[in-house]
Design a protein around this ligand. Structure first.
Ligand code: GLP
Length: 241
């Protein structure tokens, strides 16, 4: 039962539901009780129950499916922003099964933006790979990497469907990714992105631009990634000096 007092009723219901979700009492993918059932059980108005649910949907604990109801969402992936890691190792560290679909791989001339990031002349040929990244069969991100080093054209022969780019660069080509600059930006999914990521057009996504450096601060990779907004949360520790 809800308490009377200063804590709003919608907030109390929200906390009750949140605890059932985070405590594992309600498993991911299962439907939650209908608004009507929640109203009856907790003696609330429909508006109040709806507000609790809407906030939990917006925060990623629940998701709605049109005509079907409201369901418990899979917990988001918390991605730290402190250490330089690659997708494969990130997923393996979470005991998730990573998979990759190579959408395109080719040698392309650097445009002005990429040339500046990689500190090369525009027009220089680079290896470019566009990949759909999945975990446990679920699409999470679309990543486009442009890679430059002497001999980068040999990457055309690598099996990037089954192998990690970072591991290949380090183990086979002696180009370990050591540091990176990264920027994050909120955007809305376009039609093609939405189709690949299995989300709705206009759903929130995160665009991440990364420039990766190898030994002696030499730029190695310029990558643009599009991550599903409903699957990721980013974490960083801040110090006040
Ligand atoms: C991350 C980065 C990409 C990088 C990738 C390498 O997802 N955002 O810039 O290309 O990791 O992942 P993997 O080593 O699995 O190919």
């Amino acid at each position: 039962m809800l308490k009377s007092g200063p804590v709003p009723r919608y907030y109390q219901l929200k906390e009750i539901i949140r605890q059932k979700v985070t405590g594992g009492q309600w498993a991911p993918g299962t439907p939650i009780p209908s608004e009507r059932e929640l109203c009856e059980q907790y003696g609330l108005s429909r508006m109040t129950a709806r507000q609790s649910i809407t906030e939990l949907v917006n925060e990623g604990y629940l998701y709605r499916e049109q005509g079907k109801g409201t369901f418990v969402a899979q917990p988001k992936i918390t991605q730290q922003l402190i250490q330089l890691t690659g997708f494969t190792e990130d997923m393996e560290a979470r005991a998730k099964h990573p998979a990759t679909q190579v959408l395109k791989h080719e040698m392309v001339p650097a445009d002005a933006v990429v040339a500046t990031a990689l500190r090369i002349k525009p027009g220089q040929l680079l290896f470019r790979v566009q990949r759909l990244r999945l975990a446990n069969g679920e699409p999470l991100a679309i990543e486009t990497s442009l890679v430059n080093f002497i001999g980068c054209e040999h990457l055309m022969d690598e099996d990037l469907e089954h192998e990690s780019l970072y591991q290949i660069l380090e183990k086979k080509y002696g180009q370990p990714p050591l540091e990176a600059d990264q920027e994050l930006e909120a955007r809305l999914a376009g039609e093609e992105e939405a189709r690949l990521l299995k989300i709705g057009k206009g759903d929130p996504v995160l665009h991440i631009h990364r420039t990766t450096y190898t030994d002696r601060n030499q730029p190695l990779e310029f990558a643009k990634s599009i991550y599903r907004g409903d699957k990721y949360r980013f974490y960083t520790r801040l110090n006040r000096k």
